[in-house]
Design a protein around this ligand. Sequence first.
Ligand code: UTP
Length: 475
Amino acid sequence: MSEPILPQRFAETIRNLRQEHVLRFWPHLGRDQRAQLLCDLEAVPFAELPGLVDAYVLKRPEAVRHGDLAPAEVLSPSGPESATRNAAAWQCGVEAIRAGRVCAFTVAGGQGTRLGFDGPKGAYPISAVRNATLFQLFAESLRGVGRRWGHTPVWYIMTSPTNHADTERFFRAHGMFGLEPNAVRFFQQGQMPAFMPDGRIALADRHRLALSPDGHGGSLRALAASGALRDMQQRGIDIISYFQVDNPLVQTIDPLFVGFHIQRASEISSKAVRKASDTEKVGNFCMADGRLCVIEYSDMPESIARERNTDGSRRFDAGSIAIHLLNRDFVERLVAPGSNVRMPWHRADKRSPILVGDGDAARIESSDIVKLEMFIFDAIPLARNAMVTYVDRAEEFSPVKNAGGVDSPATTRRDLVRRAARWLDAAGCSVPRKPDGEPAATIEISPAFALDAADLRERLPQCPNIREGDRVVLE
Ligand code: UTP
């Protein structure tokens, strides 16, 4: 292998942007280390750098102001005259799914720091009886869609450079969870360098930039850069069903939601739940400048989050659960090279170990850094006819975020069991209960067996006999 050469274009650009410090160890690096540093430098969006550093690192984006926001109009599927409207939307969604127009898209590139699991988060065992992993449950859900509607959707999975190889290996080791290998596509998301507060790129080592994934919003450009959008086009897919890797209650492909999305000619549609508290850690659906948008909980001033309507109800009550439908051609338009619309970056101030000092005195030290990420919901105000609909939290949302406490494996498992018990109740089966109303048996329903309560009712030949303390699996 020949000695890696620092391309002239890098050297000049880096000098012009006053980022020469990233090359200060170059003369002392070995061949492999130089190759690694060059590879890291490829991830840096040098053309955008001056504007980016100026707007997001040296300055802080303006805080959201009172009066700028109004509550979003949220569709309510259980509202008046909903039955006829829902039936038509459901039919429309089913036709699109049958025709292969809808794919599933999981963003799984996050670092999962809070959960602290050693491996891709999707490999976390979560189901109550079988200990099926998050990835397995999504795969079973897609197989369930195939069983019910005659077409198994293609599944795109976005990973990061850190977990890509492990994710692919995990799927191979499990026989792709019964899916056609050609119908599961993996691709990696982009990365962004972290910055020191003075605007210089931070180093993780003498030959490494401090890079991290560019946020779930980076998924849109990664869909383009990886060729996934082209692949979708060739397969006749025009609607992308987006969900996160941490919510096993998600309906990977929801006919009713797809139907609303198509009927309303929406370019991006979202699901919301009524917030559990004023300051719950979910994004807030709002209207700003006449456009639907989401304000992240950390950006929402508490005084606004606590506002009340005259009847005492919460004024900003629609929380985002990160489930969206996006039109492929909308994403194409957004990320086209000449596009005049851009998703903003979000700044996160962290303390992190980075390389400081020069020469022999260089050492890794915990320091202030600025990380930049894009958020998927910033695409919403850029779309035509963006719409949002309420769903029932207990049916569709219980993410695994933390190792313990709220949004942890324990609460997600509990919610999966509660839902399974409710579906059995709805099918007319009896489920033993504890005095506090909690199921007195551990029940698991594989999404391959039933996708919702109505599906379960049709699929159950007879009610299972469930006694207190039983562990029951319907698969
Ligand atoms: P979170 O915001 O919960 O972050 O991601 P995380 O990285 O998984 O966990 P913490 O904050 O480090 O504990 C929400 C969803 O977005 C994906 C995650 O994989 C998860 O599905 N994500 C997040 C990406 O795919 N890429 C990113 O850069 C960030």
